[in-house]
Design a binder for this molecule. Structure first.
Ligand code: GDD
Ligand code: MN
Length: 365
């Protein structure tokens, strides 16, 4: 049986796009599917809703006009709550999202995926007429999301506004998107839901104007931060830092004991042993506390993770040393108190490296 689905489309001043959009959707879907097109319009001054109502005899389309509330993401959520069918497709009204992709999204859902994303960033996808700079900023923002929100890593284009999902995924979940990245919200709050991407070409807008303005990047960063709090990812970074601090105590404690009690030579033996022991205690604490949801249990996977962790720690120490040398020798921070500042910067950069390399590779999932 083929899925029945609701296509949820937020609109604000999209009057001239409605007819061509409904036509393209109808051509793309033919009479093979049972679907509705549900527009959520924020009482557009250009009377978008009138155009929709006129066309509702020709197409399976209806519009809900909101007057109390405004904004893209709440409009989309309003659409989820009022959709007739259990599978939802979200897309824009301005034809930047080509409707021919809908059957491929639905196919992905029928194949057992709970989320299907129309993606600009997999093979076959892209952005029409975007400058290198715009692609770069968009990819940079995507990388930031991937780094800070591990559940988002299973999808390349986390900022896509074109996707399908099963409504039951949201049972018991409260969506609180800041800005308009609803997909990111769903991916992060439903970390176990299988997701698939299908490529698409993000077209240029031909009619009407984009509503999303300069502050979208600030909103995006705020949104990531809010998701980090809600999913415990921020707490994870705090735990990692505390484990790191405990390692400093272990490191120095071992060195002290070996030199004073056992009379070992600090440079040759005591210091390296202190370093290695602290790497191992840090590893164990991180495995069983910081990354306990992705921890290794069996001996072989524990061993593999320990080797990775060890390598990343050594690279981290080299980075720290490199930054310190650069700042003191090249940037001239070699007098007090600047040498201390240089060392602290080195430590911060190394901590950054340690956390993300291990989050990305050691405790990948
Ligand atoms: N109801 C309602 N209320 N709809 C809105 C509002 C609003 O306040 N603001 C925008 N929309 C509708 C527009 O009418 C359009 O259908 C859709 O939301 C997307 O708005 P655009 O202004 O065209 O956004 P964009 O093209 O800059 O951004 C799109 O591409 C991004 C990727 O670069 C969106 O799809 C984003 O979600 C996506 O991340
Ligand atoms: Mn657009």
């Amino acid at each position: 049986m083929t899925e029945k689905f609701s296509i949820v489309i937020p609109t604000y001043n999209e009057r001239d796009n409605i007819a061509p959009l409904l036509e393209e959707i109808s051509n793309a879907l033919g009479d093979k599917y049972t679907y509705e097109v549900l527009f959520i319009d924020d009482n557009s001054p250009d009377k978008t809703s009138e155009v929709i109502n006129e066309l509702s005899s020709k197409y399976p389309a209806r519009v809900i006009v909101r007057t109390e509330e405004k904004g893209l993401s709440t409009a989309v959520i309003h659409g989820f709550n009022n959709a007739r069918y259990d599978t939802i497709v979200v897309m824009d009204a301005d034809l930047q999202h080509p409707p021919v992709v809908i059957p491929r999204l639905i196919q992905a859902i029928e194949d057992g995926n709970e989320i299907a994303v129309a993606s600009r960033y997999i093979y076959g996808g892209g952005c029409e007429g975007w400058s290198k700079f715009r692609v770069l900023t968009s990819k940079g923002a995507t990388l930031l999301g991937h780094l800070l929100l591990p559940p988002s890593r299973r999808v390349n284009d986390i900022m896509s506004g074109y996707f399908a999902f099963k409504k039951k995924l949201l049972d018991g979940i409260v969506l609180k998107p800041i800005g308009y990245k609803i997909l990111l919200e769903i991916l992060t709050l439903c970390p176990k839901a299988p997701a698939k991407e299908v490529p698409f070409m993000f077209r240029l807008r031909e009619r009407g104007e984009s509503k999303l303005k300069a502050n979208t990047y600030i909103e995006y960063v705020k949104h990531i931060f809010s998701l980090m709090i809600r999913t415990g990812e921020l707490l994870r970074i705090v735990k990692f830092a505390l484990v790191g601090a405990s390692g400093v105590i272990v490191n120095e404690g071992i060195r002290k004991i070996l030199t004073t009690v056992y009379g070992m030579n600090s440079d040759v033996w005591a210091a390296p042993v202190g370093i290695e022991v602290s790497i191992i205690t840090n590893f164990l604490l991180n495995n069983f506390i910081t990354f306990k949801d992705r921890k290794a249990t069996g001996a072989s996977s524990l061993g593999k993770k320990l080797i990775r962790y060890n390598i990343f720690s050594i690279v981290g120490a080299l980075i720290q040393f490199g930054v310190y040398m650069l700042l003191t020798r090249v940037a001239g921070m070699n007098t007090e108190p600047w040498d201390t500042v240089a060392n602290l910067i080195g430590i911060a950069v190394a901590m950054f490296w340690n956390f993300f390399s291990n989050s990305w590779w050691t405790w990948k999932e």
